[in-house]
Design a protein around this ligand. Structure first.
Ligand SMILES: NC(=O)c1ccc[n+]([C@@H]2O[C@H](COP(=O)([O-])OP(=O)(O)OC[C@H]3O[C@@H](n4cnc5c(N)ncnc54)[C@H](O)[C@@H]3O)[C@@H](O)[C@H]2O)c1
Length: 380
């Protein structure tokens, strides 16, 4: 029997609004019915370019005029709370970008609202939906690598390396009290928790603001775009460019993480290594279809993602033969697909829910608290 087409509205026409639209269009039975952006001209041009039937200059107007089954929230962080709230109150299911909110008060309220309105509510932690990450989780659960000794990794980029790099993420009222940890550390935390099945319960963090002032231009650049020219004002920066963070999982295992958005040449350098008593396994986002197995006797073995090399959900996600690299866009599509699978009645434990997003915000808060206190802080 043909299923009813699910009508989706997108809020935010920036980098993520576009990638969500493309991902949604790879999933049968879903239509992107409308898009809203507070920049009405951008909403209109994006809808014309991407052939989205209806555009709006505000999400309130979109919710008022469209019959939507689900809303994807792809705005800057400060608007996540208000857009999620309004969408849920309209009866729509919600798929929100990370971080879920700027404060734990906001994210706790959003969890309560999702329950009260009986809607499905997800946060876009997309990296856990890479086929190799799924396989790492299967290997760890199967216990075939022994006991976990330690975890280490990094998430380093260079797109905020110049003082001319300035956008909403630099403004605490818009991006939140944390910049780099909330923006990219959140992904690392979620991925490690997903692979291990363990919560991060304690952190020790040291934060760095290496560019205490940045140039704010009259017209702000979109994500990952460069700014040039002489028409700027110097703005004091209160949020971190980089951080060193130690974490402890609920089972006592320790991990270590380097975060930076100011490290030249590193583009989207997310990596994680989980070192066990039989071998280590590591994954690097920029070689997204490769699982590296570190073996003391044989050195490093590279497993290329394919249906016959990975296990469980990993094998299903790696739908193409080895060498046909599946990467960032595929993981995003897998993430969104798992949400709509559940909406259609196939409950699954793959995508991150609001409760997961709420917990990640609490980890970020603990990092800020640790940086202030100079000691380990519990995640509360
Ligand atoms: N999951 C990931 O890998 C990933 C990657 C990048 C960004 N993100 C997240 O996605 C979100 C959006 O980031 P981006 O890089 O696309 O930002 P962006 O700056 O490129 O785009 C944001 C868009 O939202 C619009 N907007 C702002 N306030 C609005 C409001 N109140 N109502 C409607 N539209 C509004 C802006 O005009 C802009 O077009 C952020 O929360 C960010 O953390 C996630």
């Amino acid at each position: 029997m043909m299923q009813k087409t699910i009508r989706v509205g997108i809020v935010g026409a920036g980098m993520m609004g576009r990638t969500h639209t493309e991902a949604l269009r790879r999933i049968p039975g879903i239509t992107v019915a409308a898009l809203a952006d507070s920049n009405a001209a951008l909403a209109q041009s994006t809808c014309e370019e991407l052939a989205i039937p209806a555009w709006y200059g505000s999400y309130q107007e979109m919710l008022k005029h469209e019959e939507l089954d689900a809303v994807h929230v792809c705005t800057p962080n400060f608007a996540h709370f208000e857009v999620c709230k309004a969408a849920m109150e309209s009866g729509a299911h919600v798929y929100c970008e990370k971080p879920l909110g700027n404060t734990a008060q906001e994210t706790a309220r959003l969890c309560g609202l999702a329950q009260a309105h009986q809607v499905l509510a997800a946060v876009n932690f997309n990296y856990r939906h890479n086929a190799v990450i799924q396989d790492m989780r299967e290997r760890l659960a199967a216990g075939d690598w022994g006991r976990t000794f330690l975890i280490h990794g990094q998430y380093i980029q260079d797109w905020m390396m110049y003082d001319a790099d300035y956008n909403w993420r630099c403004v605490p009222d818009l991006g939140g009290p944390s910049r780099t940890i909330a923006d990219i550390g959140s992904h690392w935390f979620d991925t490690v928790q997903f692979i291990t099945g363990q919560k991060i319960v304690r952190v020790f963090a040291s934060l760095m603001t290496v560019l205490p002032q940045r140039k704010k231009y009259a017209a702000q650049a979109a994500t990952f775009q460069k700014q040039t020219g002489d028409a700027f004002q110097l703005v004091d920066i209160a949020t971190e460019d980089a951080a060193f963070i130690m974490v402890q999982l609920a089972d006592g295992v320790m991990g270590n993480l380097v975060l930076s958005q100011v490290s030249g040449g590193y583009k989207n350098g997310f990596s994680v290594s989980i070192d066990g008593s039989r071998y280590s396994m590591s994954w690097h986002q920029e070689a997204p279809d490769r699982l590296m197995i570190g073996d003391r006797e044989r050195g490093t073995i590279c497993i290329q993602a394919a249906p016959d090399t990975l296990r469980g959900q990993g094998a299903r996600y790696a739908s193409l033969p080895a060498g046909h690299v599946s990467g960032w866009n595929d993981a995003l599509c897998n993430a969104i697909r798992s949400f709509y699978d559940e909406l259609r009645g196939n409950a699954n434990d793959r995508f991150a829910r609001f409760s997961d997003g709420d917990y990640i915000v609490r980890i970020v808060d603990a990092c800020l608290a640790s940086s202030r206190s100079g000691t380990w802080e519990d995640v509360k």
